[in-house]
Design a protein around this ligand. Structure first.
Ligand code: ADP
Ligand code: MG
Length: 394
Protein backbone atom coordinates (compact mmCIF):
# COMPACT_ATOMS: atom_id res chain seq x y z
CA UNK A 1 0.00 0.00 0.00
CA UNK A 2 1.26 3.49 -0.86
CA UNK A 3 2.18 5.41 2.29
CA UNK A 4 1.60 9.12 2.80
CA UNK A 5 5.36 9.64 2.54
CA UNK A 6 5.55 7.70 -0.76
CA UNK A 7 2.72 9.77 -2.17
CA UNK A 8 4.39 12.97 -0.97
CA UNK A 9 7.64 11.99 -2.73
CA UNK A 10 5.70 11.27 -5.94
CA UNK A 11 4.00 14.65 -5.71
CA UNK A 12 6.99 16.83 -4.87
CA UNK A 13 10.14 14.82 -5.53
CA UNK A 14 11.33 15.65 -2.01
CA UNK A 15 11.05 14.41 1.57
CA UNK A 16 8.21 15.58 3.83
CA UNK A 17 8.92 17.79 6.81
CA UNK A 18 6.76 15.60 9.01
CA UNK A 19 4.00 12.97 9.15
CA UNK A 20 0.87 13.18 11.34
CA UNK A 21 -2.06 10.79 11.68
CA UNK A 22 -5.53 10.56 13.23
CA UNK A 23 -7.77 7.52 13.78
CA UNK A 24 -11.29 6.53 12.81
CA UNK A 25 -13.69 5.65 15.63
CA UNK A 26 -16.41 3.26 16.73
CA UNK A 27 -19.30 4.42 18.86
CA UNK A 28 -19.68 1.90 21.70
CA UNK A 29 -23.00 3.33 22.89
CA UNK A 30 -24.99 6.60 22.69
CA UNK A 31 -26.70 6.96 19.32
CA UNK A 32 -28.62 10.06 18.14
CA UNK A 33 -27.90 11.59 21.54
CA UNK A 34 -25.22 14.04 20.34
CA UNK A 35 -27.51 16.56 18.68
CA UNK A 36 -29.84 16.30 21.68
CA UNK A 37 -27.10 17.66 23.92
CA UNK A 38 -26.61 14.26 25.53
CA UNK A 39 -23.94 11.63 26.10
CA UNK A 40 -21.88 9.43 23.77
CA UNK A 41 -19.16 6.88 24.43
CA UNK A 42 -16.99 6.26 21.35
CA UNK A 43 -13.40 5.06 21.08
CA UNK A 44 -10.66 5.72 18.53
CA UNK A 45 -9.50 2.66 16.54
CA UNK A 46 -6.20 1.50 15.09
CA UNK A 47 -7.27 2.32 11.52
CA UNK A 48 -5.72 5.72 10.75
CA UNK A 49 -5.36 8.40 8.09
CA UNK A 50 -1.81 9.73 7.71
CA UNK A 51 -0.67 12.99 6.17
CA UNK A 52 2.85 13.83 5.01
CA UNK A 53 3.46 17.57 4.96
CA UNK A 54 6.00 19.85 3.30
CA UNK A 55 6.31 23.64 3.14
CA UNK A 56 5.97 25.85 0.06
CA UNK A 57 6.97 29.47 -0.25
CA UNK A 58 4.15 30.66 -2.50
CA UNK A 59 1.25 30.86 0.01
CA UNK A 60 -0.64 28.02 -1.68
CA UNK A 61 -2.06 24.77 -0.30
CA UNK A 62 -2.00 21.56 -2.38
CA UNK A 63 -3.66 18.28 -1.32
CA UNK A 64 -3.49 14.82 -2.84
CA UNK A 65 -4.78 11.44 -1.59
CA UNK A 66 -4.26 7.80 -2.46
CA UNK A 67 -8.07 7.88 -2.94
CA UNK A 68 -7.74 10.41 -5.75
CA UNK A 69 -4.33 10.97 -7.36
CA UNK A 70 -5.34 14.29 -8.94
CA UNK A 71 -3.88 17.07 -6.74
CA UNK A 72 -6.06 20.03 -5.79
CA UNK A 73 -4.33 23.38 -5.28
CA UNK A 74 -5.58 26.80 -4.15
CA UNK A 75 -4.12 29.98 -2.64
CA UNK A 76 -4.54 30.10 1.16
CA UNK A 77 -5.79 33.67 0.76
CA UNK A 78 -8.66 32.37 -1.43
CA UNK A 79 -10.03 29.89 1.13
CA UNK A 80 -12.29 32.53 2.70
CA UNK A 81 -13.96 33.19 -0.63
CA UNK A 82 -14.31 29.48 -1.46
CA UNK A 83 -15.95 28.32 1.78
CA UNK A 84 -18.79 27.92 2.17
CA UNK A 85 -20.20 29.93 -0.76
CA UNK A 86 -18.23 28.41 -3.65
CA UNK A 87 -17.46 24.98 -2.19
CA UNK A 88 -18.97 23.27 -5.25
CA UNK A 89 -15.87 24.35 -7.20
CA UNK A 90 -13.75 21.96 -5.10
CA UNK A 91 -13.95 18.20 -5.66
CA UNK A 92 -15.75 16.71 -2.66
CA UNK A 93 -12.95 14.84 -0.91
CA UNK A 94 -10.63 17.88 -0.99
CA UNK A 95 -13.23 19.97 0.85
CA UNK A 96 -12.34 18.01 4.01
CA UNK A 97 -8.63 19.00 4.27
CA UNK A 98 -9.05 22.41 2.60
CA UNK A 99 -12.06 23.02 4.84
CA UNK A 100 -9.94 22.32 7.91
CA UNK A 101 -7.31 24.81 6.70
CA UNK A 102 -10.10 27.34 6.14
CA UNK A 103 -11.59 26.66 9.60
CA UNK A 104 -8.21 27.06 11.32
CA UNK A 105 -7.50 30.34 9.55
CA UNK A 106 -11.02 31.76 9.68
CA UNK A 107 -10.87 32.92 13.27
CA UNK A 108 -7.40 34.38 12.91
CA UNK A 109 -8.28 37.46 10.91
CA UNK A 110 -6.03 39.61 13.09
CA UNK A 111 -3.02 37.65 11.99
CA UNK A 112 -3.59 38.49 8.36
CA UNK A 113 -0.91 40.51 6.64
CA UNK A 114 -1.61 44.07 5.52
CA UNK A 115 -1.49 42.88 1.90
CA UNK A 116 -4.29 40.37 2.52
CA UNK A 117 -2.02 37.35 2.92
CA UNK A 118 -2.82 34.79 5.59
CA UNK A 119 0.36 35.16 7.61
CA UNK A 120 1.08 31.43 7.38
CA UNK A 121 3.27 29.40 5.08
CA UNK A 122 2.01 27.44 2.08
CA UNK A 123 1.88 23.62 2.36
CA UNK A 124 1.74 20.39 0.40
CA UNK A 125 -0.29 17.60 2.03
CA UNK A 126 -0.34 13.95 0.90
CA UNK A 127 -2.88 11.57 2.50
CA UNK A 128 -3.00 7.79 2.82
CA UNK A 129 -5.53 5.87 4.93
CA UNK A 130 -6.62 2.43 6.04
CA UNK A 131 -9.93 3.67 7.48
CA UNK A 132 -12.72 2.17 5.34
CA UNK A 133 -14.82 4.96 3.82
CA UNK A 134 -18.54 5.07 4.56
CA UNK A 135 -18.52 2.03 6.88
CA UNK A 136 -19.48 4.11 9.89
CA UNK A 137 -15.89 4.30 11.18
CA UNK A 138 -15.58 8.01 10.44
CA UNK A 139 -12.91 8.26 7.80
CA UNK A 140 -14.03 11.90 7.61
CA UNK A 141 -12.97 12.67 11.20
CA UNK A 142 -9.67 10.86 10.54
CA UNK A 143 -8.74 13.05 7.55
CA UNK A 144 -9.91 16.16 9.43
CA UNK A 145 -7.94 15.24 12.56
CA UNK A 146 -4.73 14.48 10.66
CA UNK A 147 -4.99 17.77 8.77
CA UNK A 148 -5.83 19.84 11.85
CA UNK A 149 -2.95 18.39 13.89
CA UNK A 150 -0.40 18.92 11.13
CA UNK A 151 -1.45 22.48 10.25
CA UNK A 152 -1.84 23.56 13.88
CA UNK A 153 1.76 22.57 14.60
CA UNK A 154 3.30 23.89 11.38
CA UNK A 155 1.41 27.18 11.58
CA UNK A 156 2.11 27.53 15.35
CA UNK A 157 -1.57 28.09 16.13
CA UNK A 158 -1.45 26.55 19.60
CA UNK A 159 -5.00 25.14 19.61
CA UNK A 160 -5.90 22.50 22.18
CA UNK A 161 -7.40 19.19 21.04
CA UNK A 162 -10.99 20.26 21.63
CA UNK A 163 -10.44 23.33 19.43
CA UNK A 164 -8.96 21.11 16.71
CA UNK A 165 -12.04 18.87 16.96
CA UNK A 166 -14.22 21.97 16.57
CA UNK A 167 -12.25 22.98 13.47
CA UNK A 168 -12.91 19.52 12.00
CA UNK A 169 -16.60 19.81 12.70
CA UNK A 170 -16.73 23.31 11.24
CA UNK A 171 -15.06 22.00 8.08
CA UNK A 172 -17.51 19.11 7.83
CA UNK A 173 -20.59 21.27 8.49
CA UNK A 174 -19.69 24.34 6.43
CA UNK A 175 -17.03 23.40 3.89
CA UNK A 176 -18.39 19.93 3.08
CA UNK A 177 -22.01 20.64 3.98
CA UNK A 178 -22.69 17.59 6.19
CA UNK A 179 -24.75 18.48 9.31
CA UNK A 180 -22.94 16.17 11.75
CA UNK A 181 -22.30 16.46 15.49
CA UNK A 182 -18.88 16.68 17.12
CA UNK A 183 -18.61 13.12 18.46
CA UNK A 184 -16.40 11.78 15.66
CA UNK A 185 -13.84 14.57 15.81
CA UNK A 186 -13.64 14.45 19.61
CA UNK A 187 -13.04 10.67 19.55
CA UNK A 188 -10.38 11.02 16.85
CA UNK A 189 -8.57 13.83 18.69
CA UNK A 190 -8.87 12.53 22.27
CA UNK A 191 -8.66 8.72 21.83
CA UNK A 192 -6.36 6.66 24.05
CA UNK A 193 -5.15 3.08 23.70
CA UNK A 194 -7.52 0.77 25.57
CA UNK A 195 -9.87 3.58 26.54
CA UNK A 196 -13.18 5.09 25.48
CA UNK A 197 -14.12 8.77 25.46
CA UNK A 198 -17.18 9.51 27.58
CA UNK A 199 -18.37 12.79 26.13
CA UNK A 200 -20.97 15.28 27.28
CA UNK A 201 -22.06 16.77 23.95
CA UNK A 202 -23.43 19.90 25.62
CA UNK A 203 -20.40 20.97 27.68
CA UNK A 204 -17.87 19.05 25.54
CA UNK A 205 -16.41 17.77 28.79
CA UNK A 206 -14.66 14.49 28.00
CA UNK A 207 -13.51 11.72 30.32
CA UNK A 208 -11.13 8.95 29.35
CA UNK A 209 -12.61 5.65 30.59
CA UNK A 210 -10.57 2.46 30.55
CA UNK A 211 -12.30 -0.25 28.48
CA UNK A 212 -10.24 -3.30 29.43
CA UNK A 213 -11.50 -5.48 26.57
CA UNK A 214 -8.25 -7.40 26.01
CA UNK A 215 -7.53 -8.13 29.71
CA UNK A 216 -11.08 -9.50 30.00
CA UNK A 217 -10.46 -11.78 26.98
CA UNK A 218 -12.85 -9.78 24.80
CA UNK A 219 -12.66 -8.39 21.28
CA UNK A 220 -14.91 -5.86 19.59
CA UNK A 221 -16.06 -6.97 16.14
CA UNK A 222 -17.32 -4.59 13.48
CA UNK A 223 -19.83 -6.18 11.12
CA UNK A 224 -20.11 -3.86 8.12
CA UNK A 225 -23.29 -4.75 6.25
CA UNK A 226 -22.23 -2.81 3.16
CA UNK A 227 -25.71 -1.24 3.07
CA UNK A 228 -25.20 2.45 2.25
CA UNK A 229 -27.30 4.98 4.12
CA UNK A 230 -30.01 6.30 1.82
CA UNK A 231 -29.66 9.99 2.80
CA UNK A 232 -32.25 10.81 0.16
CA UNK A 233 -35.05 9.40 2.32
CA UNK A 234 -34.33 12.13 4.86
CA UNK A 235 -34.60 9.75 7.82
CA UNK A 236 -31.85 11.52 9.77
CA UNK A 237 -33.48 14.92 9.39
CA UNK A 238 -36.90 13.52 10.31
CA UNK A 239 -35.49 12.03 13.50
CA UNK A 240 -33.87 15.33 14.44
CA UNK A 241 -37.18 17.12 13.84
CA UNK A 242 -39.08 14.64 16.05
CA UNK A 243 -36.55 15.19 18.84
CA UNK A 244 -36.95 18.97 18.62
CA UNK A 245 -40.74 18.60 18.65
CA UNK A 246 -40.58 16.34 21.70
CA UNK A 247 -38.32 18.73 23.58
CA UNK A 248 -40.61 21.67 22.74
CA UNK A 249 -43.71 19.79 23.96
CA UNK A 250 -41.92 19.06 27.24
CA UNK A 251 -40.74 22.67 27.54
CA UNK A 252 -37.02 21.87 27.68
CA UNK A 253 -34.17 23.17 25.47
CA UNK A 254 -33.08 19.65 24.49
CA UNK A 255 -33.98 16.04 25.27
CA UNK A 256 -30.82 15.91 27.36
CA UNK A 257 -32.80 17.80 29.98
CA UNK A 258 -35.28 14.93 30.47
CA UNK A 259 -34.78 11.83 32.59
CA UNK A 260 -36.40 8.42 32.48
CA UNK A 261 -38.80 9.63 35.21
CA UNK A 262 -40.22 12.23 32.79
CA UNK A 263 -41.31 9.62 30.25
CA UNK A 264 -44.74 8.98 31.79
CA UNK A 265 -45.63 12.65 31.34
CA UNK A 266 -44.13 12.66 27.84
CA UNK A 267 -46.38 9.77 26.85
CA UNK A 268 -49.47 11.76 27.87
CA UNK A 269 -48.36 14.89 26.01
CA UNK A 270 -47.37 13.58 22.59
CA UNK A 271 -48.35 11.31 19.73
CA UNK A 272 -47.04 7.75 19.74
CA UNK A 273 -44.29 8.24 17.14
CA UNK A 274 -42.86 11.37 18.79
CA UNK A 275 -43.02 9.66 22.18
CA UNK A 276 -41.07 6.65 20.97
CA UNK A 277 -38.39 8.89 19.41
CA UNK A 278 -38.12 10.74 22.73
CA UNK A 279 -38.03 7.49 24.71
CA UNK A 280 -35.11 6.24 22.63
CA UNK A 281 -33.03 9.35 23.25
CA UNK A 282 -33.83 9.61 26.95
CA UNK A 283 -33.19 5.93 27.68
CA UNK A 284 -30.06 5.95 25.46
CA UNK A 285 -28.58 8.83 27.48
CA UNK A 286 -29.23 6.75 30.61
CA UNK A 287 -27.64 3.68 28.99
CA UNK A 288 -24.47 5.65 28.27
CA UNK A 289 -24.28 6.71 31.93
CA UNK A 290 -24.98 3.12 33.00
CA UNK A 291 -22.36 1.72 30.61
CA UNK A 292 -19.67 4.02 32.00
CA UNK A 293 -20.62 3.21 35.60
CA UNK A 294 -20.83 -0.53 34.87
CA UNK A 295 -17.45 -0.58 33.13
CA UNK A 296 -15.86 1.12 36.11
CA UNK A 297 -17.48 -1.12 38.71
CA UNK A 298 -17.83 -4.50 37.01
CA UNK A 299 -15.71 -4.46 33.84
CA UNK A 300 -16.57 -4.75 30.15
CA UNK A 301 -18.37 -8.11 30.20
CA UNK A 302 -21.15 -6.55 32.23
CA UNK A 303 -22.11 -3.97 29.56
CA UNK A 304 -23.49 -6.62 27.18
CA UNK A 305 -27.15 -6.17 28.17
CA UNK A 306 -26.85 -2.40 27.70
CA UNK A 307 -25.58 -2.90 24.13
CA UNK A 308 -28.49 -5.26 23.47
CA UNK A 309 -31.03 -2.81 24.94
CA UNK A 310 -29.56 0.02 22.85
CA UNK A 311 -30.13 -2.00 19.70
CA UNK A 312 -33.73 -2.85 20.64
CA UNK A 313 -34.41 0.83 21.29
CA UNK A 314 -33.02 1.89 17.90
CA UNK A 315 -34.92 -0.89 16.14
CA UNK A 316 -38.31 -0.46 17.85
CA UNK A 317 -38.50 3.12 19.15
CA UNK A 318 -36.21 5.14 16.87
CA UNK A 319 -36.81 2.81 13.89
CA UNK A 320 -33.44 3.32 12.22
CA UNK A 321 -32.32 -0.28 11.84
CA UNK A 322 -32.49 -2.35 8.64
CA UNK A 323 -32.93 -6.14 8.26
CA UNK A 324 -29.18 -6.64 7.64
CA UNK A 325 -28.28 -4.90 10.92
CA UNK A 326 -30.89 -6.83 12.89
CA UNK A 327 -29.67 -10.12 11.41
CA UNK A 328 -26.02 -9.34 12.23
CA UNK A 329 -26.91 -8.40 15.81
CA UNK A 330 -29.27 -11.33 16.45
CA UNK A 331 -26.89 -13.87 14.90
CA UNK A 332 -23.84 -12.60 16.77
CA UNK A 333 -25.74 -12.77 20.03
CA UNK A 334 -27.07 -16.27 19.32
CA UNK A 335 -23.51 -17.37 18.51
CA UNK A 336 -22.33 -16.24 21.94
CA UNK A 337 -21.55 -12.51 21.74
CA UNK A 338 -21.64 -10.76 25.12
CA UNK A 339 -23.68 -7.97 23.54
CA UNK A 340 -24.33 -6.42 20.13
CA UNK A 341 -25.90 -3.33 18.58
CA UNK A 342 -26.04 -1.36 15.38
CA UNK A 343 -23.67 1.63 15.52
CA UNK A 344 -23.74 4.95 13.71
CA UNK A 345 -26.62 6.94 12.32
CA UNK A 346 -28.61 3.96 11.07
CA UNK A 347 -30.40 3.01 7.83
CA UNK A 348 -27.35 0.90 6.95
CA UNK A 349 -23.69 0.82 7.90
CA UNK A 350 -22.24 -1.39 10.60
CA UNK A 351 -23.12 -3.25 13.77
CA UNK A 352 -20.71 -4.08 16.59
CA UNK A 353 -20.46 -7.16 18.81
CA UNK A 354 -18.44 -7.66 21.99
CA UNK A 355 -17.17 -11.23 21.73
CA UNK A 356 -14.94 -13.61 23.71
CA UNK A 357 -11.63 -13.92 21.86
CA UNK A 358 -12.15 -17.68 21.57
CA UNK A 359 -15.51 -17.21 19.85
CA UNK A 360 -14.51 -14.54 17.30
CA UNK A 361 -14.10 -16.97 14.39
CA UNK A 362 -17.35 -18.82 15.04
CA UNK A 363 -19.37 -15.62 15.53
CA UNK A 364 -18.00 -14.21 12.26
CA UNK A 365 -18.76 -17.48 10.44
CA UNK A 366 -22.30 -17.60 11.84
CA UNK A 367 -23.01 -14.04 10.66
CA UNK A 368 -21.54 -14.75 7.19
CA UNK A 369 -23.70 -17.88 6.89
CA UNK A 370 -26.84 -16.09 8.05
CA UNK A 371 -26.26 -13.35 5.45
CA UNK A 372 -25.77 -15.93 2.70
CA UNK A 373 -28.94 -17.79 3.76
CA UNK A 374 -30.94 -14.55 3.74
CA UNK A 375 -29.65 -13.63 0.27
CA UNK A 376 -27.79 -10.56 1.59
CA UNK A 377 -24.42 -9.42 0.18
CA UNK A 378 -21.48 -10.78 2.25
CA UNK A 379 -20.71 -8.64 5.31
CA UNK A 380 -17.19 -7.37 6.04
CA UNK A 381 -16.25 -8.47 9.58
CA UNK A 382 -13.11 -7.39 11.44
CA UNK A 383 -11.87 -6.66 14.94
CA UNK A 384 -11.03 -3.15 16.20
CA UNK A 385 -8.95 -2.14 19.20
CA UNK A 386 -9.06 1.13 21.13
CA UNK A 387 -6.13 3.27 20.02
CA UNK A 388 -4.50 6.66 20.53
CA UNK A 389 -5.92 9.82 19.00
CA UNK A 390 -4.27 12.24 16.60
CA UNK A 391 -0.47 12.47 16.88
CA UNK A 392 2.75 13.29 15.07
CA UNK A 393 4.40 10.11 13.77
CA UNK A 394 7.59 11.39 12.15
P1 ADP B 1 -17.39 8.03 7.06
O1 ADP B 1 -18.44 7.26 7.80
O2 ADP B 1 -16.32 7.12 6.55
O3 ADP B 1 -16.86 9.19 7.83
P2 ADP B 1 -18.30 10.17 5.40
O4 ADP B 1 -19.26 10.22 4.26
O5 ADP B 1 -18.57 10.98 6.59
O6 ADP B 1 -18.12 8.62 5.78
O7 ADP B 1 -16.84 10.60 4.88
C1 ADP B 1 -16.27 9.93 3.79
C2 ADP B 1 -15.68 10.93 2.82
O8 ADP B 1 -14.51 11.55 3.42
C3 ADP B 1 -15.14 10.29 1.56
O9 ADP B 1 -16.17 10.14 0.61
C4 ADP B 1 -14.09 11.31 1.11
O10 ADP B 1 -14.71 12.40 0.49
C5 ADP B 1 -13.54 11.79 2.45
N1 ADP B 1 -12.32 11.04 2.82
C6 ADP B 1 -12.18 10.25 3.91
N2 ADP B 1 -10.93 9.74 3.97
C7 ADP B 1 -10.26 10.21 2.90
C8 ADP B 1 -8.92 10.05 2.38
N3 ADP B 1 -8.01 9.29 3.02
N4 ADP B 1 -8.60 10.67 1.24
C9 ADP B 1 -9.50 11.45 0.61
N5 ADP B 1 -10.76 11.65 1.05
C10 ADP B 1 -11.15 11.04 2.17
MG1 MG C 1 -18.07 10.80 8.56
Amino acid sequence: MTSATDLFRELTGSEPLGVWSAPGRVNLIGEHTDYNGGFVFPFAIEHRTSVALGLRDDGRIRVVSTFDPVPVEVALADLDALFPARRDEIVEWARYPLGVAWALLRDRVLLKDADGGTGVTGVDLAFASDVPVGAGLSSSAAIEGATASALDEIWNLGNDRVSLARAGRLAENEAVGAPTGIMDQMASMLGRADAGIFLDCRSLEAQVVELGFAPAGLELLVMDTGVKHAHSTGGYGERRASCEKGAALMGVPALRDLSVDDLARAEELMDDVTFRRVRHVVTEDQRVLDAVATLRSEGPRAIGPLLDASHASMRDDFEISVPELDLAVDTARAAGAVGARMTGGGFGGAAIALVDQGLVASVALAVERAFADAGFAPPHIFGVRPADGARRDA
